[in-house]
Design a protein around this ligand. Sequence first.
Ligand code: FES
Length: 275
Amino acid sequence: MSAGQAAALGIGIFAVLSAVAVFTLAWRREQIARRVGKPDKGMTRTSITRPKLTLVGAGGAVAEAEPAIAEEEAPAEPARPAQQELSETEFGATRRMFLNRSVGAAFGAFMGFFAVTSLAFMWPRLRGGFGGRIDAGNVDDIRAALFTPEGRIEPFYVAEAKTYVMPFDESLVAGSDFEGLGVVAGGLVGLFQKCVHLGCRVPWCASSQGFECPCHGSKYNAHGEYEAGPAPRNLDRFVLEIDERNHLIINTGAVRDTARAKDKTVGYPQGVSCI
Ligand code: FES
């Protein structure tokens, strides 16, 4: 997930949370209004009809009469909506609820944004950057850069991938510990620079044609195979691919480790060691 996508997602979640908060506040206001009571706008003095009175006189005579209410004679006053005053307790509760829900909404928005950014940070990179697939360049160019005029190996270092790209004769893969791992492509292998003992970066030693760790003396040959020192296994290596443009793609999200082997695929040392 790119930074732009993460930002868009974060803004979307923030908008949804804000909408939920606004809706909740509106709903709560409605609930409070209902509990306190609203005036019935159609309820006016003139709209009230009173039943006529039935009078029974002496001898059973029955007569109907209008109720004698003096106010009925007066002209009806214009209807005025009844005003409902909130008590201090109700007013305090409403304000407190508003503040509580505002704080809750802000906290929720913050947590949502935090979750999205954390997810974006942990999301495996599918393109570019260490942890993803890195374009190391044209295979022919890399091969041409791997040897000095004297025919000695010079690693092609890819800083973004933290990888030494080295030559590897593909005919040696069958029957070796590297068979079926996908770590050799186009006659190349990609070695992770980190020493498998305690993690120091292992430099290349041109004179011995091997990798020699200055921290505790582990040594590996040009194919990253264990030769000496406290390292428990060979240098780790990445899965490689060659794309349709003939570019070497180093998949730094797919690391492969292999055990020490008795039979090495390349000789070491081929000169004086550096440590
Ligand atoms: S870190 Fe390389 S030998 Fe210890």
